[in-house]
Write a protein that binds this ligand. Sequence first.
Ligand code: AVI
Length: 349
Amino acid sequence: MWFNSAQGDGKSMKEKALLKSHTHEQNDEEVLYHSDFIQLYQASEEELYKELCNGLSAPLAYVQPKYFYDELGSKLFAAICELPEYYPTRTEAAIFNTHLDEIAEAVGLGTVLIDLGAGDCAKASRLFTALQPAQYVPVDISVEFLRDAVAQLQQRFPHIRMTGLGMDFSTAIHLPDAVQKSKRLFFYPGSSIGNFSPDQAVAFLQRLRSACDDDGGLLIGVDLVKDHAILNAAYDDVLGVTASFNLNVLSHLNKLLQANFDIRLWRHVSFFNAEQSRIEMYLEARCSHAVKWHGGERVFKEGERIHTENSYKYTQEGFEKLLQASGMVVNRTWTDEQNWFMVCHARVQ
Ligand code: AVI
């Protein structure tokens, strides 16, 4: 682990190698920054194999949702966000647009904006003018996903220090010294918190809380419980984009595991489970057949499923309780007129 191999100044060899030594130019009055990139620990191929094989061999087979996002999967997700049925993206964007000044007032200026799952950095960059962050820290699984977007942003906002981090933030959060410790504001939009179970969500939020000083906070997007027909349509659109997104995980597995999934033999299944307050997504075998992969094989019977995703939907009160259990307290919330989605600012307790 990168953190254990830290030496002396707390930076790992890898981190040192990737952190550019020259990070800003000081003119008479102004500081112009060059973006830094730090790649922290990445899972090895063996760990990846093990994780995937365990899931495929389990009595109720599963694949973790992070495997949706190969190159095509990321494009299909971007297409989902454009669908009329998939309300979360546009509803959240409208809440940010409408309440930007109030949001800036609630979180305060000059924060260290830590953007979890930043991707193209588009959502966070729309906040820059209002929030005037002191430092912007986009985080994604690999710095390679961030490089172009951050380089362009740095040109547009040369006065904001930008430090791109490559790490799997879903399992551990160890921020390097290059990220200022005070005034950290974690930014976690898109209701991605819904892809954790409530217990996992509490553990994740606790890790965020631990990574902050007492002046830290969280700005998060949360999808709310609503009419089941609206929820079901959002995860089973008429164009079949979500079905393609789900099925594409098999083609990703074929590449990662040298597997021989025949995608035509599988169908997309999704529904809202009201008892658990979550959308469940599966791939279901259309007929009995055998599948082989590097180091394993299995016969999937007709109707047998691979669980690919849960997407939990919260009530406002339910989510506030989750925050409290994590050592955070709600400062302010904003919703749309239909109460479909919530943006929440929480402070550490
Ligand atoms: C990324 N995440 C918040 C999406 C969701 O709504 O749970 C992923 C998704 N799965 C199907 N459609 C969108």
